[in-house]
Design a protein around this ligand. Structure first.
Ligand SMILES: C[S@@+](CC[C@H](N)C(=O)[O-])C[C@H]1O[C@@H](n2cnc3c(N)ncnc32)[C@H](O)[C@@H]1O
Length: 216
């Protein structure tokens, strides 16, 4: 008896949680065992609250008690070809201000990386050194799953997801897919008076494979 293969693609638009999407992506894209997983921007580990996955946590901020306190652009002491998956959810805005409440916001959401004139009002400079390390610590065929959000900073639209995709290809990854993740409540500030841009109600998950091809 022949078993018929079923065509069951993943949707390019996701309206559920990040955690459910990560699990779906691991099941759909992994061509090798996806564990151990390195979460290179762990923060409070919100992605793994109800997960049984074997996750190694890394964060530059010791306040979050990650297994590895370190800069994901260096990954000091992390061995080569050790992980089946790397997860990356870098800061997507720069520091929000100097008062106490914005400082707490900055720390809680990791908005601590400089993003001013010197950085061309963008956070994309964080990506290339991270991508070199992600490629080094991933096994061949391993997955890099990155959550990237575009931003408007100092009246300039910054297309971080385009930068990330180009930089990932430059680093030797194959960019396999782009999934739009929709959320319900975009952040709005009382400081804003005139709208010049669409309020972003989405981010992107970018799926990269440490191999020359995307086919499983
Ligand atoms: C947007 S948060 C991640 C949120 C996390 N995915 C969660 O669901 O809880 C970004 C995190 O990246 C960390 N981070 C920023 N730059 C880093 C770097 N160079 N190396 C390691 N971690 C970094 C921040 O401290 C922050 O905790």
């Amino acid at each position: 008896m022949s078993v018929e293969k079923q065509y069951s693609p993943i949707s390019s638009v996701w309206e559920g949680s990040d955690a459910d999407l990560i699990e779906t992506m691991l099941e759909f894209y992994a061509s090798i065992v996806p564990e151990p997983i390195l979460d290179a921007t762990y923060n409070k580990g919100r992605f793994w609250k109800d997960s049984d996955r074997q996750v190694v946590s890394m964060d530059i901020n010791p306040k979050f008690n990650p297994m590895i306190v370190g800069d994901n652009r260096e990954m000091v002491g992390v061995p080569d070809t050790a992980f089946g998956t790397v997860i990356y959810d870098p800061p997507h805005v720069g520091p929000q201000g100097r008062d106490k409440s914005s400082k707490k916001f900055d720390e809680d959401f990791g908005a601590t990386a400089e993003c001013g004139k010197e950085q061309n009002w963008s956070l994309s400079y964080l990506y290339p050194p991270f991508l070199v390390q992600a490629k080094r610590v991933l096994k061949p065929e391993g997955l890099l799953l990155a959550k990237i959000t575009d931003m408007v900073n100092s009246h300039r639209a910054k297309w971080s997801h385009c930068d990330f995709m180009r930089m990932a290809e430059d680093a030797g990854f194959t960019v396999c897919d782009l999934i739009v993740k929709v959320r319900t409540g975009p952040m709005v500030s009382t400081k804003w008076s005139t709208a010049h841009h669409a309020r972003k109600r989405h981010c992107f998950w970018i799926i990269c494979r440490n191999s020359a091809s995307c086919e499983r």
